[in-house]
Design a protein around this ligand. Structure first.
Ligand code: SF4
Ligand code: SF4
Length: 148
C-alpha cells in the first residue's frame, strides 16, 4: 500500500516537473522570438500607426443632404447631439435646424450614423481629438471654413 502511494506520488511529481519544463521552454522561446520582432509601439507623433478603416472617430456632416429630421439627436444615448439653427449669414440657404455634436459627450457608438436616412452624418477615422480645453469639443453643423 505504502509502495503504491510512493509510486503514484513519484509519477505525479514527474508529470509536474515535465509540465514546468515545457512551460519554461515556451517562455524562453517566446523571449527569443520577441528579441527579433519589431516593437509594437511607435514614436508618436513623428510616427503613427495606420487607423483601421472601420474605426469610429470624429463625425463628418453633410448639411446639403441633411433633411433636419432630428433622428440622430433623438437616438444619441449621451445627448451629445443638439439640433441648432444655422448662423444668421447662412439662414437663407439653410433655414432649418441641424445637428451640433459635442465630442466631449460622445461615446462614438455610431448610432447617429446608423439611423441617418440620408447618410449625412458619418463617423470618420480621425481620432486625434484630445484637448485640454473643453470649449473646443463642440462641432457646429456649419463649418464656416468649408463653406465658400
Ligand atoms: S456616436 Fe453615439 S454618442 Fe456620439 S453623437 Fe453619435 S449617437 Fe451620440
Ligand atoms: S444628420 Fe441625418 S439623422 Fe440627423 S437630422 Fe440630418 S438627416 Fe436627420
Amino acid at each position: 500500500m505504502f509502495l503504491q502511494f510512493i509510486g503514484a506520488y513519484t509519477s505525479a511529481l514527474q508529470m509536474l516537473i515535465g509540465e514546468m519544463m515545457k512551460m519554461k521552454l515556451g517562455i524562453i522561446s517566446e523571449v527569443f522570438k520577441n528579441l527579433f520582432k519589431r516593437p509594437m509601439t511607435v514614436l508618436f507623433p513623428e510616427e503613427r500607426i495606420e487607423i483601421p478603416e472601420r474605426n469610429r472617430g470624429e463625425h463628418k456632416f453633410d448639411i446639403d443632404t441633411c433633411i433636419s429630421c432630428g433622428s440622430c439627436a433623438k437616438i444619441c444615448p449621451n445627448k451629445a447631439i443638439k439640433m441648432v439653427e444655422a448662423p444668421p449669414e447662412f439662414k437663407e440657404k439653410y433655414p432649418k435646424t441641424y445637428p451640433q455634436v459635442d465630442l466631449g459627450k460622445c461615446c462614438f457608438c455610431a448610432l447617429c450614423e446608423d439611423i441617418c436616412p440620408k447618410g449625412s452624418l458619418t463617423l470618420t477615422t480621425y481620432v486625434f481629438l484630445a484637448t485640454f480645453d473643453k470649449d473646443t469639443t463642440m462641432r457646429n453643423p456649419i463649418n464656416v471654413e468649408q463653406i465658400d
